[in-house]
Design a protein around this ligand. Structure first.
Ligand code: RUQ
Ligand code: CUA
Length: 765
């Protein structure tokens, strides 16, 4: 503590005597030296220059990638590929206190299935909210394949706000995708199952097992899905797969493909051929074309069956109302990607080397003229494949997903088996370029590539296998996200990013300047409900309340103390800590953890979060701040004391701490006056410059001013005690006054450094 004090003062006085200069001596190496030493080619250096984001600079795009089995979302910058955040979604994430504080536990609890906590998710497809088909950067949605759920993440603070459980599906894959104005989020089932929850033998597969697609209504004003306004459509027991919404001319329709339209049920252990054989017999499967706008009207008219309390349009109704059609598509298809103008649907068959481009106009004409090729066993009209096709292109073995470029007609398709990306022209139907990736690519993603306005520039290949790309770390390898430059005629591989979290499926990337996240919450904010927290506590109003054996601690955190610092309870009490972070300053997060418990909070500026622990055994349980938030962070501590049942206080004396004299007080007082002189000179330096032109400095100055306000208050306290000759309290309060000064000085120096590095100029008075 003293050490820091001296160092800070040294730095401060060095500054005030003008000894600190902003000199930077750069390495004497030339670029050639470095290239030789590190064995880099000119191409390597060019790739590095294209991806390198210098210190202090930011990325042009932000990517949101599914975290696969981690149940999280990963946020990284493009082109630097620097990871910025993991967002806890279906899985507890301790850094954010997600799944540890009561508020986020309530979000995870929304994802319970039959009352059971499901603490993992298989996240696949993130979707950014859209306005008129353009990403608007407000919300992000993502699905869970294993336990059919959709989560809503608010991009104002990058926190998960809601999880909805699909009421009828037992697995899903075709979510999340949004309508051009985010009225609905689609979720399609994967493995056919009974829509009700009971047991049905596989021998009744054709009659009782079903697929489905759910349209979740998004209430933009509330920022939440409204399950009451949501509905589903019963589908045949084909394994529905990926989905996409129409846009432009095809707005009002959605498209969901399927595999295993053979309706094979496996049984390898009974000597039957396995699923993979039975599910790939036919040359084609079907995609479903659904008029969701009309479906919504049918729901309004009440032509639904309630299944598990949820309205479902049954197939017979859908057929009669002209809502549902089937279109043959190449065998075992995967991607379903609608073109930016909504005129074409691109589908690839994993077992076909072709990619098929379907024409919305042609298909609509067939529907209008009732020109059908037949009906499936459930009576759903089937369109003719050839008559629906715009073109078909040989792109490589195992094509999966397709993404759109900003250049008209140009698309990129991931080729799983060949480990390639194929660039091709879907208007002319010809291949333009191929690039090898490493290895076995699944999805791929261009900048805003599934919006009505793709931005081109970069493509990320989300690969299934990394094999030999990175330093070995045991049999479980990291995932490999590869950055590709698509600005020229030829694709160029720029960078391999290992991701040690979960298998990447889809990702979406948005221009960074469309995102406007906040840096602090309104004071006392429940960040999961987006309301003022009922336990919000103002400074000076910290307290402990008891109601029977329920104890509630209304506490606060601010550099560098937790209030209260001592909490005494009895064995058997249920203790809830409701903590409010009083900070306003950018990035001043405090943590809160209690020994012997799972209590673990992340308190960002303005946030209120709570945690409940049961004092099940007597003992001494230190609590502390888990973020190195200031020089006196380690002193940001307290004790939860749990007294045994029937405990009687016994008087002890002289057990704690040290006694101070007038000499101690005088010494501290002198230090503080000197420190104030230094602070004044820093302040003088800042205000002599055009600091108001620099918003980060303006908020630093606000923060420092606040700390100096606290310093003035504590100085008053110290002087009051000194006037009463209470040197113990006078000295300690003088010490606290100095703490606030050091914080103010620290912030002041940060502001000064910023001004120096950003070319602030002196202003004339
Ligand atoms: S999926 S590649 Cu959901 Cu294609 Cu994973
Ligand atoms: Cu607050 Cu460490």
């Amino acid at each position: 503590m003293q050490l820091f004090g001296k160092r800070a003062l040294l730095a401060l006085s060095a500054f005030s005597f003008g000894l600190v200069t902003a000199s930077t001596s750069w390495s004497a190496d030339s670029l050639d030296d470095v290239m030789k030493r590190r064995g880099l080619t000119e191409k390597d250096v060019l790739a590095a220059a294209k991806t390198y984001v210098p210190t202090g600079k930011r990325d042009e795009f932000l990517a949101f990638a599914s975290g696969g089995q981690s149940g999280q979302v990963i946020v990284y910058g493009i082109p630097s590929m620097r990871i910025l955040k993991y967002i806890g979604v279906f899985t507890p994430e301790p850094w954010q206190g997600y799944g540890f504080d009561n508020e986020s536990k309530a979000v995870l609890a929304q994802g319970r299935i039959n009352g059971k906590d499901i603490l993992f998710g298989d996240t696949h497809h993130p979707a950014i909210s859209e306005t008129n088909g353009d990403y608007d950067g407000e919300y992000l949605f993502i699905n869970d394949k294993n336990n059919p759920r959709i989560a809503v993440i608010d991009l104002h603070d990058f926190e998960t706000k809601q999880i909805v459980v699909n009421p009828i599906m037992k697995s899903e894959h075709g979510g999340a995708f949004v309508t051009p104005n985010t009225d609905y989020i689609i979720e399609a089932s994967q493995y056919a199952s009974p829509l009700e929850n009971g047991y049905v033998p596989l021998s009744q597969f054709n009659e009782k097992y079903r697929g489905a697609v759910t349209y979740w209504k998004f209430d933009r004003k509330a920022g939440r899905i409204d399950p009451k306004q949501s509905f589903s459509l019963e589908l045949p027991p084909y394994s529905q797969d990926l989905s996409d919404f129409g846009k432009g001319v095809s707005d009002g329709w959605s498209f969901t493909n399927s595999f295993c339209s053979e309706r094979y049920v496996g049984g390898i252990e009974k000597g039957r051929p396995p699923f993979e054989a039975g599910c790939s017999q036919k040359d084609t499967d079907f995609f479903h074309m659904i008029n969701w706008k009309k479906a919504a009207e049918v729901v309004k008219a009440g032509k639904v069956k309630m299944i598990n309390d949820h309205p479902v349009i049954m197939m017979d109704t859908a057929i009669a109302e002209g809502i549902l059609y089937l279109v043959p598509e190449p065998k075992s298809p995967h991607g379903m990607d609608v073109s930016p103008d909504g005129k074409f649907m691109i589908v690839s068959g994993k077992l076909d080397s072709h990619t098929y481009v379907f024409s919305f106009e042609k298909m609509m004409n067939l529907i209008k003229n009732k020109d059908f090729a037949g009906k499936d066993p459930y009576g759903v009209p089937i369109l003719d494949l050839k008559k629906s096709l715009h073109t078909q292109v040989q792109v490589g073995l195992g094509p999966l997903h397709t993404q759109y470029d900003s250049k008209p007609c140009v698309v990129y398709t991931s080729i799983y088996v060949d480990s390639q990306v194929t660039k091709w022209d879907y208007c002319e139907g010809k291949v333009l370029d191929k690039l090898s990736i490493h290895y076995n690519i699944g999805h791929l993603m261009t900048m805003e590539g599934d919006s009505v306005n793709p931005k081109g520039k970069y493509l990320v290949a989300l690969n299934k296998l990394a094999i030999d790309r990175f330093n070995p770390v045991g049999p479980l390898h990291p995932q490999n996200h590869q950055l590709i430059d698509i600005s020229g005629d030829k694709m160029e591989l720029l960078y391999d990013m290992p991701l040690p979290l979960g298998e990447p499926h889809y990702a979406v990337a948005i221009a960074a300047d469309k995102l406007k996240p906040i840096i602090r919450y309104k004071s006392g904010w429940n960040t999961r409900t987006d309301e003022v927290h009922e336990g919000k506590t103002r400074p000076g109003k910290e307290r402990v309340e008891r109601d029977g054996n329920k104890v509630t601690v209304y506490g606060t955190t601010i550099r560098s103390h937790i209030t209260p610092e001592i909490v005494e309870v009895q064995e058997g009490d249920e203790v809830t800590f409701v903590m409010t972070n009083l900070e306003r300053a950018e990035d001043q997060t405090h943590g809160f953890a209690i020994n012997g418990t799972n209590a673990n909070l992340s308190l960002e500026p303005g946030k209120t979060a709570s945690v409940t622990v049961t004092a099940s055994r007597p003992g001494v349980f230190p609590y502390y701040c888990t973020e190195f938030c200031s020089a006196l962070h380690l002193e940001m501590q307290g004790y939860l004391l749990v007294q045994p049942k029937g405990y009687k206080e016994v008087a002890t004396k002289g057990a704690e701490g040290q006694a101070y004299t007038q000499a101690d007080y005088d010494k501290q007082f002198k230090t503080n006056i000197e420190t104030q002189g230094v602070i004044d000179s820093v302040v003088g330096y800042i205000v002599a410059r055009n600091y108001q032109d620099f918003p980060p400095v303006v908020s630093l100055v606000e923060d420092a001013t606040e700390q100096l306000g606290f310093a003035a208050d504590t100085r008053k306290k110290a002087e009051e005690f000194a006037a009463k000759n209470d040197w113990q309290n006078a000295t300690l309060w003088a010490g606290q006054w100095w703490q606030y000064q050091v914080k103010a000085a620290d912030i002041g120096l940060r502001a000064k450094t910023y001004l120096d590095q950003h070319g602030a100029v002196e202003v004339k008075k």
